[in-house]
Design a protein around this ligand. Structure first.
Ligand code: GTP
Ligand code: MG
Length: 668
């Protein structure tokens, strides 16, 4: 049995999905968190649950909304589980009516009853159930209250195929629909009334679907007959508007019958906070201060001591322990060196940064779950509009701070193809967490006093370059209108510690896993390349294959301040994954403990060259996983190649300006 989970954005569908299936899908307090279909199995194995992106209507505007409409047209399922936000019933019911018209047996999960109660809204579950002809089960998806019972109702009860005429659109429309039904007879298994109403609303997916099943003439005839019959009735508005009005009338009737509103406070707390946070002048400074605070926490107050401790642990007792085990086993010098100077140095060098990565992810999860994300979009909207995008595109970019891959996926929520492509191309300029170890290493060495400030400057450079390029691209290669900026500001929520931790862990475990697989394999390879050379095995590092490869690249980087073969080799591996830069450096500059690695770096970099190097790493080329995602989302080799090419050029120019310009004004 297949159950489809459908509802407005940000109503708690994925929270419920996670609860019922034991999954850990992405949850956040803004609209458009889920952008693709996710399938899970109910805990009691009785059915499959399908989580879908949130939609306000089945008539899609953006790509993630299209996922839902496509699903309704092409992927048959057995039961609809419609999630309603009890505190936003009026708006949610528009979708419910459309789902009802689809005719599949439906159960209503009335979520956020805790929020509704707090605001003094009471919903009469029994009456609502009578109106809709579906069982209504109140739940709190976040805590799991009522969820088990909801699962029982969905899977156990014999659900009625109910009357799907909740709204009466009048005889004219109903007659035309009956006529359309005769043409579609035997040609589709989908409910004709639903198809017809969606067509009147202008749903492009349904139109295409109908064109595939009957002659286009018939579709046109139907639409003309609707228009004519409405005119005859003296209706002056367009048919889609008429449908909307009719639905609204029904909704008002239901709302006044089933809800009771005893709210006392006129202005909710969220709105009071927003007066400050989204203020025209204060908005951006507040955002920057928050980021600065995040970096202070990650690099100074908390992260640095933790990483330092972990580092001593890895380079001291752990390496020592492994060394003694190897001696005890009597392994060859080759194996010993591979393990200690390759794997332990490479993987350990990356794992040292786990505490800092987790702190960063914790902070990002906090922003996501509190509701601040949508506010940043609003605050950034003015800047974004100046460059041909709108504020909504900043959400994928913010997500990109964690990892560029989900950031690019989130670009699906952007309505126009032009802006979606722009966002996809520019999100890799956002500094992801994998670049953080590089910053940590270098600011720890060269900018001890200003760690957080230097890192913040890199993040801001990423944002500024993205804005400038957005402007350039939208004036040259990607012309088109900027779409209207519409965003829902969800109420602020106090994040629960449990879900915060879960979401932090979910993001962070990818980093740990990558260290154990990708970085592990990479370290072995890099070590082998550094251990062997044209002269055979055990060559001096400067005569190894790795130094030849890196040396081939180094002249290109000479003008940027880091023309060493070591830098060339690390940048090359950095394309596979940005953390690999750190593991490569740990292997190349192998020294038994980190303190001296930093000392060694001082021989190769000046502070100015270090900054130029960090800026270059920030921008130079998206990592392999990101490139693959860009290809998957754009389905275009041309744009994928472009995303790599332009990034390299920009990185080069910027690093050049920083290094040469810095020298000109006397920095070193
Ligand atoms: N107070 C309260 N918050 C909830 C409840 N259910 C979910 N939330 C919160 O609401 C926010 C949205 O939850 P999601 O599960 O991501 O919502 P969604 O419907 O999947 O959202 P989209 O994927 O964007 O359509 C999160 O911050 C949840 O913690 C609830 O019953 N009560
Ligand atoms: Mg979701």
């Amino acid at each position: 049995m297949e159950i489809a989970l459908v509802g407005n954005p940000n109503t708690g569908k994925t929270s419920l999905f996670n609860n019922l299936t034991g999954s850990y899908e992405y949850v956040g307090n803004w609209s458009g968190v889920t952008v693709e279909k996710k399938v899970g199995i109910l805990k009691n194995n009785s059915a499959q649950l399908i989580d879908l992106p949130g939609v306000y209507t089945l008539n899609p505007l953006s790509k993630d909304e299209g996922v839902v409409t496509h699903f309704f047209l092409h992927e048959p399922f057995d039961i609809l589980l419609n999630i309603l936000d009890a505190s936003q019933l009026r708006r949610n019911l528009h979708l419910t009516i459309q789902l009802q018209e689809y005719g599949t047996p439906m159960v209503i999960g009335l979520n956020m009853v805790d929020v509704a109660q707090m605001r003094g809204i009471r919903v009469d579950r029994k009456k609502l159930s009578d109106y809709l002809g579906s069982t209504v089960v109140p739940v709190v998806a976040r805590t799991g209250k009522g969820c088990e019972y909801l699962a029982q109702v969905v899977t156990n009860e014999a659900l009625p195929h109910k009357n799907n005429k909740l709204v009466d659109y009048g005889e004219g429309i109903e007659n035309s629909i009956t006529e359309l039904a005769t043409y579609l007879k035997g040609k589709t298994t989908l409910p004709v009334r639903w198809l017809a109403l969606q067509l009147i609303e202008g749903n492009p997916y349904v139109k295409t679907y109908l064109h595939q099943h009957i002659e286009e003439e018939r579709v046109k005839e139907f639409l003309t007959s609707i228009e004519k019959s409405l005119q005859e009735q003296g209706v002056t508005v367009a048919p889609d508007q008429y449908i909307y009005t009719k639905r609204n009338e029904t909704i008002e009737k239901i709302i006044s019958a089933v809800t009771e509103n005893n709210s006392k406070s006129k202005v909710p707390l969220s709105e009071k906070i927003d007066l400050v946070v989204t203020n025209k002048f204060l908005g951006i400074p507040i955002f920057l201060v928050l980021m600065f605070f995040m970096f202070m926490l990650t690099f100074d107050w908390l992260g640095f001591p933790l990483a330092d401790g972990l580092d001593s642990l890895i380079s001291g007792p752990i390496t020592g322990g492994i060394a003694s085990v190897l001696s005890f086993l009597g392994v060859s010098e080759f194996i010993r060196s591979l393990v200690l100077e390759g794997i332990v140095a490479g993987v350990g060098g990356v794992l040292v940064f786990v505490p800092q990565i987790f702190i960063l992810f914790f902070f990002i999860s906090l922003l996501e779950d509190s509701g601040y994300m949508a506010r940043v979009a609003l605050v950034m909207d003015r800047l974004m509009e100046m460059v041909g995008m709108n504020g909504k595109a900043f959400i994928p970019m913010m997500i990109g701070f964690g990892c560029n891959v989900p950031g690019i996926m989130a670009a699906r929520t952007i309505e126009t193809p032009k802006e979606r492509l722009l966002t996809t191309l520019l999100t890799p300029l956002m500094s992801c967490s994998a670049r953080l170890p590089v910053y940590a290493l270098f600011v720890g060495m060269f900018f001890v006093q200003y760690k957080a400030f230097i890192v913040l400057s890199l993040y801001v450079i990423g944002i500024i370059i993205a804005l400038i390029l957005a402007r350039v691209f939208s004036k040259t290669i990607l012309k088109g209108e900027t779409s209207l900026f519409v965003i829902e500001l969800p109420p602020y929520r106090f994040p629960q510690l449990k879900s915060l931790w879960r979401s932090t862990w979910d993001k962070g475990k990818g980093f740990v896993r990558k260290a154990g697989t990708f970085i592990f394999a990479g370290s072995v390879l890099i070590w082998l390349l550094s251990y062997t050379g044209p002269g055979g095995m055990e060559v001096k590092m400067d005569e190894s294959f790795l130094s030849m490869i890196g040396g081939g690249l180094s002249p290109i980087f000479e003008p940027l301040g880091f023309g060493t073969w070591q830098a060339g080799a690390s940048l090359l591996t950095g394309f596979l994954a940005k953390e690999a830069i750190i593991s490569t450096m740990n292997i190349i500059y192998f020294v038994p403990d980190e303190a001296t690695l930093q000392g060694l770096l001082a021989q190769f970099y000046t502070p100015l060259a270090a900054y130029s190097f960090m800026a270059f790493i920030l921008l130079y080329i998206p990592c392999l996983a990101t490139v693959a995602t860009i290809y998957k989302e754009t389905q275009s080799k041309k744009w994928t190649a472009f995303s790599m090419g332009y990034a390299f050029v920009i990185a080069y120019i910027l690093a050049l300006v920083i290094y040469q310009g810095g020298q000109l004004i006397g920095l070193s």
